[in-house]
Design a protein around this ligand. Structure first.
Ligand SMILES: O=C1CCCN[C@@H]1CCCn1cnc2cc(F)c(F)cc2c1=O
Ligand SMILES: [Mg+2]
Length: 511
């Protein structure tokens, strides 16, 4: 069967793996585990994101650069206190040819240590600020955990932006501008809703000052997933790497610059697959689909005269040309030896948002028949209007996909004010908003308290309730309405905590 053989709700991890493989998005790199080939369908999504994001950051004055792939242990030394936790993930080159390297070099897992010695050299005066550089590249982190395409891979494509500013306010303003662009990638291009917020102390980037994040939601298992992070590094790295400017207001004294760094990776593609896909395969948002509309000729068979066949081909070619002129990425499927039904399944598997069928009956009525991939809705479009109508239909599909996912996330984001309601809410595939004191130890304890211990002996494997405890996802900028939480007065929800709640914080099982 060319279709997906396992149901999304039955076995989500197996479904996901089958979809990304059978939709020709990736190949497993057989030679070394944890690495994947990104094929044209996936690369098209990444390139649409790259085009959109690049246009926006160029408008902000960010320049593109390319720094070396390797970093030396010396420069790593400078950020050793927060890197030591990551040490197991570092990949090292120790030999060239048959000679050992004098000093081994590490493959970049992120580029702070590669870039910031040059920030120190280039930034002298406050007139050199703001410095705003971005790299589109790949990084390597030798994950110990099980890898999976897009979501957790040992090498991934991302962009990493690194900026330097004169004041905390200027840095803070940019952190939020970039976060809003990350939200835009999800909401405008991938038809995915995200919650914007700040990471707790436990979950922020340890080397930074604070981390802002966009959090997505996976309805199938009710888990949260981090979608992209925009960090304010404060003066931590400028102190480590001696990046200073003369204080414009006080000659002779120096200021350590305020820095940000922000990253978005090909993980976004995995989130798109998980949220929008169904049991027939991928469902692509039109904005990022390599093929937005596929034209499938029908009603042609052995008895069709050569004249009618030629005529039909010309009509299909004309419809396609009209669509291309209207800016629609339209293809026609002339493959021989496959029935229309087979072709319908194949393009549904590949997530093409809109199928057009065209045969002699349609020609007679001067219409083309359509079928939406997201809802399955069918209908006809007068050939005369096909350019405008298809464009409009693709916009409607994009919006409908977003609002369906937005409704699902909103309905599964529950305000909880009683501790006893937390685990049932998590087991019912929700993320929760709870009054929380923001203390890291308390957060650790809540993770333990929500970790299921009984292994449900008589429950079949893929129907067992998940055992993992809940983690904090973010402190939403948009705090829920209602007077149940009075900061500093309302008790933290953790029954063992004596502290007072500071904010509503979103918690959930997560990736
Ligand atoms: O997350 C971002 C956005 C783009 C620029 N970098 C920041 C922080 C990256 C945090 N991080 C994340 N992972 C790491 C893995 C390592 F092996 C390692 F040596 C260091 C790190 C590490 O610093
Ligand atoms: Mg990691």
């Amino acid at each position: 069967i060319i279709g997906i053989t396992v149901s999304k709700d039955e076995n989500f991890p197996a479904w996901y793996q089958e979809v990304v493989l059978k939709a020709d998005m990736v190949e497993y790199y057989q030679e070394i585990s944890g690495f994947f080939v990104l094929r044209p369908l996936a690369m098209h999504v990444w390139n649409e994101i790259r085009k959109w994001f690049t246009a926006h950051i160029e408008g902000m004055g960010v320049d593109e650069v390319s720094f070396p792939l390797f970093l030396s242990s010396k420069s790593l030394e400078k950020e050793k206190d927060h890197v030591e936790g990551f040490a197991p993930e570092l990949a090292w080159v120790t030999k060239a040819g048959d000679k050992d390297l004098e000093v081994p070099v590490a493959i970049r897992p992120t580029s702070e240590a590669v870039m910031y010695p040059y920030y120190s050299k280039w930034i002298r005066s406050h007139r050199d600020l703001p410095l705003r550089l971005n790299q589109w590249n790949s990084v390597v982190r030798w994950e110990a955990k099980q890898t999976t395409p897009f979501l957790r891979t040992r090498e991934f494509l991302w962009q990493e932006g690194h900026t330097a500013h004169l004041t905390e306010d200027l840095a803070g303003k940019e952190v939020l501008e970039i976060l809003e662009l990350y939200a835009g990638v999800y909401e405008q291009l991938l038809a995915l809703p995200v919650v914007r917020g700040r990471k707790t102390e436990n979950e922020k980037f340890a080397g930074g000052y604070y981390t802002t994040t966009v959090e997505a939601y996976v309805p199938t298992n009710g888990r949260g997933i981090q979608g992209g992070t925009s960090h304010c590094l404060g003066q931590n790295f400028s102190k480590m790497f001696d990046i200073t400017v003369e204080d414009p207001g006080n000659k002779g004294s120096h200021i350590h610059v305020w820095q940000n760094s922000w990253g978005l990776s090909t993980r976004v593609i995995g989130v798109m697959v998980m949220v929008h896909g169904d049991d027939k395969g991928l469902v692509l948002p039109p904005r990022v689909a390599k093929v937005q509309t596929i034209l499938v000729p029908v009603g042609i068979n052995k008895s069709t005269t050569p004249g009618d066949r030629k005529n039909h081909e010309d009509q299909v070619a004309e419809i396609r040309a009209t669509l291309k002129k209207a800016g629609v990425r339209a293809e026609a499927d002339w493959r021989e030896g496959y029935t229309p039904a087979w072709k319908f399944n194949d393009w549904e598997l590949k997530g093409v948002p809109l199928r057009l069928e065209f045969g002699p009956k349609d020609a007679a009525k001067e219409v083309v028949s359509y079928a939406r991939r997201d809802t399955g809705e069918k209908g006809t479009i007068p050939i005369a209007d096909v350019g405008a109508k298809v464009t409009e239909l693709l916009e409607i599909i994009q919006k409908d996909m977003y609002s369906k996912a937005e409704t699902s996330f909103r309905e599964h984001r529950l305000k909880i004010t009683k501790w006893g309601d937390v685990l049932p809410a998590l087991d019912d595939k929700n993320v929760v908003l709870i009054p929380f004191c923001l203390d890291g130890k308390c957060e650790d304890r809540m993770k333990e308290l929500t970790t299921r211990v009984d292994d449900q002996p008589d429950v079949p494997e893929n129907h067992k309730l998940p055992s993992m405890g809940m983690k904090s996802l973010c402190i939403p900028f948009d705090q829920p309405a209602g007077d149940e939480l009075v900061p500093g007065e309302t008790a933290c929800l953790n029954p063992e905590c004596k502290g007072k709640a500071q904010s509503w914080v979103m918690f959930g099982r997560s990736y």
